[in-house]
Write a protein that binds this ligand. Structure first.
Ligand code: ADP
Ligand code: MG
Length: 268
């Protein structure tokens, strides 16, 4: 590599946008309770696909909820696109809020609405109040909505009532909503937990590929299936009892590290 090219790469790194940062974050859900997250310091830059893995109770969902502004740190700070995550709900931070796509474990879909309307609601944050309400009941041109549903394999469900779908189909509706939103930061909490292995692989590709075409800047996802995480993410953060046990490129995560991460601990 020439000196000039090396310089280019370095300056690109220096200017990489910091998407998400946790600075010495601790979360306790109740005074004197266990630390769901303990002294977490972690930075995620544009271009990263990060998987949070670890046993149940490790703190994965709490970290994603902090990033989404849905939980607040007991101490420390969480910043998303440079804004304190606790401020994301405020009116003056609507632009930053609409840059974040969330796929939560309970999907947060509106059951009686059609699938098309739930998918369309992915862009609610960028629309005026009147347009948002109109769109929920009459989603309008549906090419993009159908496209998002096609990507997750349920294009034929577009006009079904959402609560008539199976669990796996509802999970895919929530994913289609996030794809339709085209967020800069995608936060996904066990996004394929209700899908079979082949569908999980295909959906994970759909979730992580937009990064390469730069429509999405970073993906942070929790997963209980470590091999699936290794196949689709570049950076793997292993968590246990709210602490980072390792933070490594996927190619450096060995089966020994995974065994250690998931080993049963009678004290917990
Ligand atoms: P994971 O997603 O890795 O399973 P969580 O973030 O859900 O982990 O949980 C981390 C810890 O915080 C666990 O000990 C869990 O019992 C606790 N916890 C999570 N949510 C709550 C809550 N709403 N109230 C009280 N404790 C909670
Ligand atoms: Mg969880």
């Amino acid at each position: 590599m020439t000196a000039l090219k090396l310089l280019d790469v370095r300056s690109a790194r220096l200017t990489a946008e910091q998407v998400l940062s946790f600075d010495d974050v601790t979360v306790r859900y109740s005074a004197g309770g266990v630390e769901a997250v303990a002294e977490l310091t972690l930075t995620i830059d544009a271009g990263e696909r990060v998987a949070l893995i670890g046993p149940s109770g490790a703190g994965k969902s709490t970290i994603l909820r902090l990033a989404a502004g849905l939980a607040s740190p007991t101490s420390g700070s969480v910043k998303v696109f440079g804004v304190d995550s606790g401020q994301l709900g405020r009116r003056n931070h609507r632009p930053e809020r609409s840059r974040i796509g969330i796929i939560s474990q309970d999907y947060t879909l509106v059951g009686p609405l059609k699938v098309a309307s739930n998918v369309a609601s992915g862009r609610l944050g960028t629309w005026s109040g009147i347009r948002a309400v109109q769109t929920l009941f009459r989603p309008g041109p549906t090419d993009d909505i159908a496209g998002a549903l096609r990507q997750v394999g349920i294009a034929d469900k577009i006009w079904e009532r959402t609560d008539r779908l199976s669990g796996g189909q509802q999970q895919r509706t929530a994913i289609a909503r996030a794809l339709f939103q085209k967020p800069d930061l995608l936060l996904a909490d066990e996004p394929v937990s209700a899908l079979d292995p082949a569908r999980s692989d295909s959906v994970m590709s759909v979730l992580t590929e937009p990064i390469m075409f730069s429509s999405t800047k970073a993906v942070v996802t929790s997963m209980h299936d470590a091999p699936l995480a290794l196949r689709h993410c570049d950076r793997i953060v292993g968590l246990r009892s709210g602490r980072i046990q390792f933070d490594l490129p996927a190619s450096h995560v060995s089966s020994e590290l995974l065994d250690e991460l998931y080993q049963l601990d009678d004290s917990q």
